[in-house]
Design a protein around this ligand. Structure first.
Ligand SMILES: *Cc1c(COP(=O)(O)O)cnc(C)c1O
Length: 392
């Protein structure tokens, strides 16, 4: 073993010892209400495919048609040669859906977040960031080289204090997840909008788990609060409720033009494949045609939550279909996850550093297309698994 490998092996061993080592599991089927792993069909309760659109017939058909017409890749950065028609169509559709002037599609949510923060904020600016924001927003803050002030989770008094301190900054940005990805609670948007007005700050809102999940027709948290027009920069992924891949930034035409010129993760990265863009657009059309899917998602979440709470599980203060079953220690979360797997239920243990130490959890997410029977099977499996690991 070389010097580097020796050190890496030691670090991995240390992660293993602390129940923090991660490994990839191969999924041998489509991403649906169930998946096949090692030849066994498992009930899926860990995906962000909230509406089941990853396998919707209209979505797959749109991808097939775009593949036949446009081939597999865009060939270049969109500014160089890769601005294929399905991307433009998707952007126009997204802008109409969000009720804003324009949208710009990025390769992924991670790329959108580092691109937006890097383009808009810089030295001399202040970025005010919720402590539980997604890692891609945190990395975007770091890359921007702006002064970053982290406020306690959803703590508006703390945010106000930090805004006061940032009075001398050239620009102020408040950046937050709309729905916090590992807890399912929502940003207090009305208060954030008030503070942004009072302290002349711009709002960047990441609706990764809001779009397709919250608000009228799944238009997101800002729409749910009637505050869509107050948000300067709307970000959302195409990879979660919309079942495809990629992300968008939505807002004014000027914002879009600026990002085309300044967002490095847009400029220096190849355009989204046309079949993926077409799939995302078809998913958007399904969402518009069948808003009842969103209701079914929430019905399933309520049902599952009641079942798990009935068993004595502690579920964090979620305002979305993300049900965080807080376990505490990483090792206990891992044991519960394994006991569920043995009973045919796929729920991944979420451990530090994804969540704070001592709050390891199973992040349980139902899908709109899960049947009640499937959810009953899941609840029964949780009851048995919890007994096995002596958790409740
Ligand atoms: C998943 C997620 C992202 C990253 O999106 P990808 O398209 O998976 O790269 C960004 N922000 C939040 C809040 C997320 O949950």
């Amino acid at each position: 073993m070389g010097l580097l490998e020796g050190e890496l092996a030691e670090a991995l061993h240390e992660l293993e010892r602390r129940s923090l080592r991660r490994a990839l599991r191969v999924v041998e089927s489509a991403q649906d209400t169930t998946v096949v792993v090692e030849g066994r069909r498992l009930l899926m309760l860990s995906s962000n495919n909230y509406l089941g659109l990853a396998t919707h017939p209209a979505v797959k058909e749109a991808a097939r048609r775009a593949l036949a017409e446009y081939g597999s890749g865009t060939g270049a950065s969109r500014l160089v040669a890769g601005n294929l028609m399905p991307l433009t169509r998707l952007e126009q559709h997204l802008a109409a859906f969000k009720g804003v002037e324009a949208a710009l599609v990025f390769g992924s949510g991670y790329l959108a977040n580092i691109g937006v923060l890097g383009a808009l904020a810089g030295p001399g600016d202040a970025v005010l960031s919720d402590e539980l924001n997604h890692a891609s927003l945190i990395d975007g803050c770091r890359l921007s080289r702006a002064r970053v002030a982290v406020y306690r989770h959803r703590d508006m008094a703390h945010l106000r204090e930090l805004l006061k301190d940032a009075g001398a900054a050239r620009r102020r940005f408040i950046v937050t997840d709309a729905v916090f990805s590992m807890d399912g609670d929502a940003a207090p948007l009305a208060e954030i909008v008030e503070l942004a007005r009072a302290y002349r700050a711009a709002i960047i809102l990441d609706e990764a788990h809001g779009v397709g999940v919250l608000g009228p027709g799944g238009r997101g948290l800002a729409a749910a609060c009637g505050l869509a027009q107050e948000v300067d920069v709307h970000i959302g992924t195409l990879s979660k409720a919309l079942g495809a891949y990629g992300a968008y930034v939505a807002g004014s035409s000027i914002l879009r033009d600026y990002l085309v010129n300044r967002a490095r993760s847009f400029i220096y990265s190849t355009g989204l494949p046309p079949a993926v863009a077409a799939a995302a657009e078809a998913a958007l059309a399904v969402l518009e045609a069948e808003p009842a899917l969103v209701e079914r998602l929430h019905d399933n979440a309520r049902y599952l939550r009641a079942g798990l709470e009935g068993l004595g599980f502690r579920i964090g203060p979620t305002e979305s279909p993300i049900l965080p079953v807080i376990v505490g220690e990483a090792e206990a979360a891992l044991r519960l996850s394994r006991a569920l797997l043995a009973r045919g239920v796929y729920v991944t243990a979420i451990r530090p550093p994804t969540v704070p130490a001592g709050t390891a959890r199973l992040r349980v997410t139902p899908i709109a297309t899960h049947t009640r029977d499937q959810l009953d099977v899941a609840i029964a499996a949780f009851a048995e698994a919890a007994r096995e690991v002596a958790l409740i």
